[in-house]
Design a protein around this ligand. Structure first.
Ligand code: 26W
Length: 822
């Protein structure tokens, strides 16, 4: 039998083993007898990093020699998760490393558990950025990710007496083995101060910004390894530091403490990730964070451009494209204008011509509370020159609007970057559309709604500028690495090409009816459920039956995602079981993972309610093992990697029109879970791929939601007309789930009745409950379920992030791949 090694492997087991031991000795100052798992983890990473850095060097040299056009992905969030397993997989060194460690008496799986997640993101938008940079490297495209080097990523969630507690995340506490500091590329960023207008002899006007504060941006590079390890791109994250410039006078005057205060202020900028998902808080520090990383990144790009092209700006848009991940980096648009006008001294039209060929913008949400707006006064204080530039952009844009709709002041007010009111606000979405050459939504329906509802006039003004690029996920992390058992089964049936050509999974479809394959496929699922059951036991103490349906809802906690719809249905099942002990249902375990924004009261109440209902249900002998509820604390990328391969049912139950795309839906379906979902976001495209027979679609469509709201939605109608809804809501008001504290769960009932039920939970309840009956029925027919699950995996080709990136490359970025020699 011939040993199989992927082409990427350039180092064998004994060499890898020697490298690990060498790092144990020389990097960590310990030895094989003393080392704990954490030391083994660091030594293994260091051994891996040797290979990674070699790839990085070759890639950078190749890109430099070829003077490549590159995409620069600007994102306030990159939710990378763990990197060791991913890097080993992508280099084809997983078996090598695992064998080497085994000979040293160490289990690779245990070592990998030592790695803290790199959680520099909130949810979907941040994880999308991470999948995209994986695909960019895999497809050998010149690309760089730019973001913030937060000292603390998303908070760690603990559950105490059922309630969420936030603890600081410290991913770098004992050093991060992947990141490289690049002090040679430090940038300086100005803040505050005032603008001086200078009149030249020829009547020209120059503006000079006299900043009140200067901070340093220190870049940290994280290598991004593509599949098969050829291209290694970088993720460059900026850390803020005091520049020390303005401190010396104070310092010399004996103001040692005051000088320290300025240090603290500067270092605060990259201290912590804002934990808000979809709510704009209008906080000054957040705007400073955004400007800080955009300014550093643009200066970094310009430095690199000038090294090759000197002061000739004409080729800048040929070499540089910047993708704005939502409006969080939109301040980059006036920042580039400022550099071109005030530093390069280009005239407005030339500068604007360059700018509008460089930027493209992705919209990720339609929720009004998530659309960023900054008080003009705040921008003026922090970035006085940028506010002037924004006004000038707007002034010129208003005359474009006037040409299209002469004399129409209503349309001007609607499209203006400036929202008038008692406080003037700057609309970052409008700035982004006006300053970009392309704007995209993230799923077909979402992009359609962006055109129809959010930016209809922009679509008329610039036909074709608004477009769709459906999201995707990397199959390397979300199948190959997280589900090794299924991956091996797939390899055996259709070969090993699928991780970089996911449409190959189609080859499984013809096996969907094959009894032997069905058995193997469901056997893998069973084994993955066993592993998750152990995890559940370890982290919550709850015993679950692995023969039960594992029904999973994992995503940020938000009313529009409707975890409370799931919860009301669980309570309804519980009631049915109490009323009729013979109530016929296949045993089910409902499993949740979700973090709530710390200031989002109702979201935290829903977490509390899930835990309280779980306590009661799980300890009630009357349900006869048919129902369990599990809330797994601290949902994060590495936990998702354990939950997704073990899921039977994927809950995607947002109010139609509210979930821009969803990407968890794709990960779950790829791993053979069946979706119960609304016609929202990418669910619609998933349904198109798998066919209506292989998905459980329920509830109102976008049109029906609009029509109901139009006619006047009254949740009380559903409360009084549906006895089960009434009973379940009334139950929340008793102390049944919170003995001794009646009313502890009442806020949920209130929001659904007096609060007007903004996401129409009650309107969709009955349809949801009926769809769940169909899920139950389908699961009992094991052959039918296996077939459906196989078809789901087989039809996920479209949802590889490689396809998303291909769309961006061909339709927006116009990039060429640049192969790097191994
Ligand atoms: C300013 C506060 C704030 C913070 C984050 C507003 C909005 C956000 C993000 C846009 C929230 C987010 O992650 N959106 C999700 O993006 C995913 C990737 O495109 C989509 O799949 C999800 O549907 C969308 O909710």
């Amino acid at each position: 039998k011939v040993m199989k090694t992927t082409p990427a492997a350039k180092i064998d087991k004994s060499e890898f083993k020697a490298a690990v031991v060498r790092h144990l000795h020389c990097t960590l100052g310990t030895d094989e007898n003393k080392a704990n798992n954490h030391a083994w983890w660091k030594a293994t990473c260091a051994a891996m990093q040797e290979q990674v850095l070699e790839g990085l060097r070759k890639t950078q040299k190749t890109h430099y020699m070829n003077d490549t056009r590159a995409v620069h992905y600007f994102s306030a969030e990159f939710l990378m998760g763990r990197l060791l397993s991913n890097n080993l997989q992508n280099f084809g060194l997983y078996e090598v490393a695992s064998g080497a460690l085994k000979e040293l008496g160490v289990e690779l799986a245990d070592v990998m558990e030592e790695e803290p997640d790199m959680a520099l993101g909130n949810g979907g938008l941040g994880r999308l950025a991470a999948c995209f940079i994986d695909s960019l490297a895999t497809m050998e495209l010149p690309a760089i990710g730019y973001g913030l080097h937060y000292e603390h990523g998303l908070f760690r969630q603990e559950i105490r007496s059922g309630a969420q507690i936030e603890r600081p995340d410290s991913w770098r506490d004992y050093g991060n083995p992947w990141e490289i500091c690049r002090p040679e590329s430090i940038q300086e960023v100005s803040l505050y101060g005032y603008v001086e207008t200078k009149y030249g002899e020829n009547g020209g006007i120059q503006k000079e910004w006299h900043p009140g504060m200067i901070v340093k941006g220190v870049p940290w590079d994280i290598p991004v390894v593509g599949y098969e390890g050829k291209t290694v791109n970088v993720l460059r994250l900026w850390q803020s530091e005091a520049s020390g410039y303005f401190n010396w006078d104070v310092f010399n005057a004996g103001g040692y403490v005051d000088a320290q205060r300025e240090n603290v202020q500067a270092e605060t900028i990259s201290k912590v990730l804002y934990p808000n998902d979809e709510t704009e808080a209008g906080k000054e520090l957040r705007l400073i964070q955004q400007y800080f990383f955009c300014s550093c990144s643009l200066k970094d790009i310009i430095r690199r451009y000038k090294r090759a092209h000197g002061d000739d700006w004409s080729r800048f848009p040929e070499q540089v494209v910047v993708q704005l991940n939502d409006t969080h980096p939109a301040i980059a648009i006036p920042e580039l204008m400022r550099i071109l006008l005030d530093r390069a001294e280009l005239d407005w039209d030339t500068a604007w011509g360059i700018c509008t060929k460089v930027f493209a913008y992705t919209n990720h949400t339609l929720l009004p509370e998530a659309l960023e707006k900054w008080p003009a006064r705040m921008i003026e204080k922090i970035l006085p020159r940028h506010l002037e530039i924004i006004y000038e952009i707007n002034h010129r844009f208003m005359s474009v609007v006037d040409k299209k709709w002469p004399g129409d002041n209503a349309v001007k007010a609607k499209l203006s970057i400036i929202e008038e009111g008692h406080e003037k606000m700057v609309r970052m979405g409008h700035l982004s559309v006006i300053g970009s050459f392309a704007v995209n939504g993230v799923a077909e329906i979402h992009s359609k709604l962006v055109k129809q509802n959010l930016f209809p006039e922009f679509d008329q003004l610039w036909p074709g500028k608004l477009t769709n690029v459906t999201n995707g996920i990397t199959p390397r992390r979300w199948l190959k690495a997280c589900n090794p058992k299924l991956s091996k089964l797939i390899d055996k049936k259709i070969g090993e090409d699928w991780p970089k050509d996911l449409y190959k999974l189609e080859g499984l479809a013809k096996l969907a009816d094959n009894k032997a394959f069905q058995k193997q496929f469901m056997q893998v699922k069973q084994e993955n459920k066993q592993l998750l059951a152990e995890e559940i036991k370890a982290s919550t103490g709850i015993d679950v039956d692995t023969k039960a349906i594992f029904d999973v809802q994992i995503k940020r906690l938000h009313e529009y995602k409707r975890q409370h719809l799931n919860l009301l249905h669980i309570m309804a099942l519980y009631r049915r079981l109490l009323e009729n002990p013979d109530y016929d249902m296949h045993p089910r375990v409902f499993i949740f993972g979700a973090k709530a924004a710390p200031g989002y009261k109702l979201a935290k109440d829903i977490i509390f309610a899930i835990n309280k209902v779980a306590d009661k249900v799980n300890n009630d002998p009357r349900v006869n093992g048919k129902l369990k509820v599990v809330f797994l604390p601290n949902y994060r990328v590495s936990l998702a990697e354990k939950m997704i391969p073990a899921s039977d049912v994927s809950e995607q139950i947002s109010t139609a029109g509210k979930e821009a795309s969803g990407t968890g839906n794709m990960k779950l379906a790829l791993n053979g879970a069946l979706t119960i979902g609304t016609l929202d976001g990418a669910n619609i495209e998933i349904a198109e791929e798998v066919g209506d027979d292989n998905i459980f679609i329920f509830g109102m469509t976008v049109e029906e939601v609009d029509a109901l709201r139009e006619k006047g939605y009254n949740p009380h109608d559903y409360y009084y007309r549906d006895a089960e809804i009434k009973a379940v809501l009334d139950w929340l008001e008793t102390d049944y789930f919170t003995p001794g504290s009646p009313g502890a769960l009442v806020s949920i009932k209130q929001s659904l009745l007096d609060g007007g039920d903004p996401y129409m939970v009650l309107a969709d309840f009955r349809a949801y409950s009926d769809a769940q009956l169909k899920v139950d029925e389908a699961y009992r027919d094991t052959a039918r379920w296996a077939k459906m699950a196989i078809i789901n995996t087989a039809k996920m080709g479209k949802f590889t992030s490689d396809r998303s990136i291909k769309d961006y490359v061909e339709r927006i970025w116009k990039l060429e791949s640049c192969p790097v020699e191994k």
